[in-house]
Design a binder for this molecule. Structure first.
Ligand code: F6R
Length: 613
């Protein structure tokens, strides 16, 4: 979703803002703009389209100044247009604001402000903010900080804001409620950003603003207060990942790089959570065995790809422990009257840790007295801070909009949690635990092998990427893999794709099958009882002349006879095969997208972090 960057210090803000916005491009946007304090004037440049268009505009109408705010907008209220893009100003043009989030009561506020003589130019919810601040100044606020605090007291919804005003020309203001915002602390200069990668090449020292906080930034330092004026002592934290982690490292896209990082990410998780005696250790979460014991039921909440990780979580936890599990979409869970009790452990799953529906779900769960454990990839995110326990997936920044390494890291997290819990509950013996761990250790190498066969996957993708649609079928542990494979395909190649539990095929989707329809069948084999069922499904597809693309193990002649094409993956234990099989499907989608010429890292209409409902 929208990106924010701000700078105050001795350097020219413009190149820093443009660079920061480029680093946030992955969040998805359709227009961009800057406001810069230049020689006693507040100058704004904005335009529709990519940052390249803004750069062209800046070349035609140059700007420079020691303080500025920049924004990439992902349209919610009002179409992508120059007028609707940020920064927005008050009636005098002396105050500029960039905003992420949604001001839910903007219509009411706008009507009230219009009655007081304010004239609005855009269709956005954001524009009420500068006008509200202007109004508070007119009505006697002592200074800009007070005007901002009073104005924000009237706004309902979610915001991360960067604010500049000619009335206080050496100070930048930043506030947050519900949308992420960080302060980057430099040496004689300060930054704000909606996400760490925007400023990581400038400073690694950050303050994660809390909801309801206002930061006042001058070149020499940062002051933080609550919206009621109470001062806050901000905690400055060192970001753990290196700036290079947010670079492409020679790959043509972030997504390809992130697909290739998966063996390393999973090895690192194993190294962190498994000891030399093949025992799982979750001490990092900070819970004792006694904290886990009262858990009678688990409810997993998440969205999108992370929801599919949750579906896998249910399968693996129910397979290895005695605990019943439910999986819920955050957007549904928060509005349904879920019957929650303190013996329910709510597990949220999120790469960004900022997904609005997932956050709302855990808040609801905590109000009902449940403990919340989050499987999350973003240090300092709202989810990480608001949970009782954190399983940090440590996959490093995921910049490609379509999730890859965060997904397999989430699956690994669930596998480790399931083994740990199974052992704790006496459902697994030490020997069984060690056996599972040994099989888990085979996963990174197996993924490596899939990556080494990229060229074959590219060829298969090239044969089938033209059609309008594709069907993905899987069962049991690989039913979520089918859903995730289909999602990857539609997200980045824009080919419609449906993921289905293979057993459901006869209940509807079989009507789609003809000689043009690619049907991706996940049919890996070790000792899984659903293998034979998948073979039957493939025969049904074959009988209707569907084009079978099988994800199968090397040397599987039965599958090879049925399939038109094979994506060969190594055999690993069934329970862990989704981590391997999905990589073949990530690559299948990737090469289909490449053949179709889409913008793989920034697919149309998508945002990396869905911070609004
Ligand atoms: C798909 C994808 C999205 C996210 C979803 C949740 O590739 O990335 O479906 O999985 O928006 O995001 P997080 O994990 O940040 O909560």
């Amino acid at each position: 979703m929208c990106g924010i960057v701000g700078y105050v210090g001795p350097r020219d803000a413009v190149p820093l803002l443009v660079d920061g916005l480029k680093r946030l491009e992955y969040r998805g946007y359709d227009s961009a703009g800057l406001a810069v304090m230049e020689k006693g004037r507040l100058e704004i440049r904005k335009c529709v389209g990519r940052l390249a268009a803004l750069e062209e505009k800046l070349a035609r109408e140059p700007l420079s100044g020691a303080m500025g705010i920049g924004h990439t907008r992902w349209a919610t209220h009002g179409e992508p247009s120059e007028i609707n893009s940020h920064p927005h100003t008050d009636s005098t043009g002396r105050l500029a604001v960039v905003h992420n989030g949604i001001i839910e009561n903007f219509e009411k506020l706008r009507a009230e402000l219009e009655k007081k003589g304010h004239r609005f130019r855009s269709e956005t919810d954001t524009e009420v903010i500068p006008h509200l601040i202007e109004q508070e100044l007119r009505e006697g606020a002592a200074d800009l900080a007070e005007a901002i605090r009073r104005a924000l007291g009237k706004a309902r919804g979610a915001y991360a804001l960067g604010i500049l005003s000619l009335d206080d020309p050496e100070t930048m203001y930043a506030a947050r409620l519900g949308s992420p915002l960080i302060v980057g602390v430099g040496d004689g200069e300060q930054f704000i950003a909606s996400d760490v990668p925007a400023i990581l090449n400038q400073t690694r020292r950050v303050i994660y603003l809390e909801d309801g906080e206002l930061a006042i930034l001058r070149a020499g330092g940062v002051q933080v207060m609550r919206l009621d004026g109470t001062p806050v002592e901000p905690e400055v934290r060192e970001v753990r990942f290196q700036p290079e982690a947010a670079e492409r490292a020679g790959f043509e896209t972030f997504m390809r790089k992130e697909i290739h990082e998966q063996p390393r990410v999973l090895r690192a998780l194993l190294a962190r959570h498994v000891n030399d005696s093949d025992e799982v250790n979750l001490a990092d979460i900070g819970w004792s065995d006694e904290d886990w014991r009262p858990v009678r039921r688990i409810v997993i909440v998440s969205c999108g790809t992370a929801y599919y990780a949750g579906l896998y979580g249910r399968l693996i936890i129910e397979a290895l422990t005695g605990t019943p599990v439910e999986v819920e979409l955050g957007s549904e869970f928060r509005y349904r009257d879920a019957k929650l009790a303190p013996d329910i452990l709510v597990v949220s799953v999120s790469q960004s840790g900022e997904t609005a529906d997932t956050l709302a779900s855990i808040r609801l769960a905590r109000r009902a007295g449940c403990r919340v454990l989050s499987i999350c990839n973003t240090q300092g995110s709202s989810l990480a801070r608001e949970s009782d326990g954190l399983f940090y997936t440590e996959a490093g920044p995921e910049i490609g909009v379509a999730s890859t390494k965060a997904y397999t890291a989430q699956l690994m997290a669930f596998a480790l949690i399931a083994i740990y819990l199974g052992r704790l509950q006496g459902e697994l013996t030490a020997e069984q635990e060690a056996g599972l761990v040994r099989d888990l250790r085979a996963v990174p190498d197996a993924i490596h092998y899939v990556l080494s066969r990229e060229d074959e996957i590219r060829t298969v993708a090239g044969k089938h990427c033209d059609g309008p649609s594709a069907l993905y079928l899987g069962r049991k542990f690989n039913y979520p893999t089918a859903l995730e494979g289909a999602l990857k395909n539609k997200e980045i190649s824009y080919q419609h794709a449906e993921g289905y539990a293979a057993g459901e095929m006869k209940h509807g989707p079989i009507a789609l099958i003809n000689e043009y329809l690619p049907v991706v069948c996940i049919c890996t084999r070790t000792r899984d009882e659903v293998y034979e069922k998948m073979i039957s499904n493939m025969k049904e597809v074959e009988a209707r002349h569907g084009r079978i693309i099988a994800v199968a193990n090397d040397g599987d002649e039965t599958v090879a006879r049925l399939a038109g094409d094979m994506l060969v993956v190594p055999a690993v234990r069934d329970e862990f095969s989704p981590m391997v099989n999905v990589v073949a499907l990530q690559l299948l989608a990737y090469f289909a997208a490449q053949a179709r010429g889409t913008d793989i890292d920034k697919p149309r209409n998508l945002a990396k972090s869905v911070t609004v409902e």
